[in-house]
Ligand binder design. Structure first.
Ligand SMILES: [Cu+2]
Length: 414
């Protein structure tokens, strides 16, 4: 009986080990990293990222990638997300697989948080330097204080080479050239080890002799004084004086070695320049908008008026980073992420050129697997069934006009 029990115990132990090890080696590949699980209406009604461009999608360690583009801060910002009065232009990667060598909004370097205005459109650029080999899904993103992360589209970028080759050189204002990758690291190790060692030495000095019961007896029988000898007191003083001496001497020598130091630079940057968006000559009215549940598409009835002086056609509808293109009008050449690009996703009931002065009501369908994959269909679970997005119109010469649309989005059921 006992042997059977032992066997079962052994086998279940082996099974547990197998389960643990297989779990350790199981690394599912995710193609989106957080944004899918965020509320759909929030992704559609906060920041619209567009005109994105990635300079490369394969780099060597130490090489750089530039991500450029624009973002529009939607004026119908949801009330549950604080207004982007304190926002930070970040990059969504799994740790510093790249380092951010620079980031700019409106041509200004933005190492700190910035103030953004609702309704404005900004130009941004991020310079990344490759550090860790692998395939990385790189997102642009905006952190909004009191709101959370607002994640832009992500694109796969491959880094090749060896992380050991990574360097991060910097010339300080005192003229030293340092490598930030390991600068001052030896010093940190040394001082932590020294103080840890001193602490251990103090413990060791006392631990050498019996610790608890004999000392307890001595104290309860009124002989506490016999536990600390004159020699012990001297050692105690030596530790106390030695500690102060080391602190003072090393503080002095550090000030001597680094005579010029400044405090941490911090503080909100206001006055970030938005883009002067050209006046638009097209007006669009969303008569109604709906989406089928379950389904992979949304429909809009739009009344479009062309007040300009050249005929225009609708080329793109963009919402929550998903781009629905009308293939007769627009073809993407920026290498936009496949899973977010619906190359033939936009159908317009009548997309013949809309002449100047003309008004037309059309049925527009934006349809793609992305609607479901990126869980925009999950708007059905949201407490605010409204959408927002960008429409892009093009005239014969390829001039583009961007129009914001924003309306309730009503579900239809079978
Ligand atoms: Cu991702």
């Amino acid at each position: 009986m006992k042997t059977i029990k032992d066997k079962i115990a052994k086998l279940s132990f082996v099974a547990l080990l197998l389960a643990v090890t297989s779990a350790m080696f199981y690394t599912p590949t995710a193609s989106a990293h957080g944004e899918k699980s965020q509320a759909a209406f929030m992704r559609m009604r906060t920041i619209h990222w567009f005109d994105l461009n990635w300079s490369k999608d394969e780099v060597q360690v130490n090489e750089t990638v530039v991500i450029e583009g624009k973002f529009h801060v939607f004026s119908g910002w949801p009330e549950t997300v604080d207004k982007p009065e304190v926002a930070f232009l970040n990059i969504g990667i799994p740790g510093p697989v790249f380092i951010r060598a620079g980031s700019w909004i409106g041509g200004q370097l933005v190492p700190r948080s910035v103030s953004l205005e609702l309704g404005d459109t900004y130009e941004f650029k991020v310079l990344l330097k490759a550090r860790r080999p692998g395939d990385w899904h790189v997102h642009t993103m905006m952190n909004v204080e009191g709101g959370g992360p607002i994640i832009g589209p992500g694109k796969w970028v491959t880094i090749t080479g060896s992380m050991g080759d990574f360097v991060n050189p910097l010339t300080t204002l005192t003229g030293d050239v340092i490598d930030l990758e390991d600068y001052a690291l030896d010093n940190v190790y040394f001082w932590h080890a020294l103080w840890m060692g001193l602490g251990l030495a103090w413990l060791l000095f006392w631990i050498k002799r019996p610790m608890f019961i004999p000392r307890h007896i001595a104290i309860t029988s009124g002989k506490a004084d016999s536990l600390i000898s004159a020699g012990d007191k001297k050692v105690g003083i030596a530790f106390a004086v030695g500690t102060m001496a080391i602190v003072m001497a090393s503080m002095g020598s550090t000030n001597e070695k680094y005579p010029i130091t400044t405090p941490l630079q911090a503080g909100l940057m206001r006055g970030i320049q938005p883009i002067d968006m050209p006046e638009t000559s097209i007006s669009v009215k969303v008569e109604d908008a709906s989406y089928r549940v379950p389904g992979r598409a949304m429909q809009m009835t739009l009344t479009i008026t062309n007040n300009g002086d050249s005929a225009v056609r609708l080329g793109e509808f963009m919402t929550a980073s998903v781009r629905f293109l009308e293939p007769d009008v627009l073809e993407d050449e920026s290498g936009y992420p496949d899973d977010l690009l619906a190359e033939e996703g936009l159908t317009v009931s009548d997309n013949s050129p809309l002449a100047p002065g003309e008004t037309r009501t059309v049925e527009v369908t934006a349809s793609d697997a992305a609607w479901e994959v990126y869980r925009l269909a999950d708007l059905i679970y949201d407490p605010d069934s409204r959408f927002a997005g960008l429409l892009f119109f093009f005239d014969e010469d390829g001039n583009r006009q961007m129009i914001m649309v924003d309306a309730p989005l009503i579900p239809t059921f079978i």
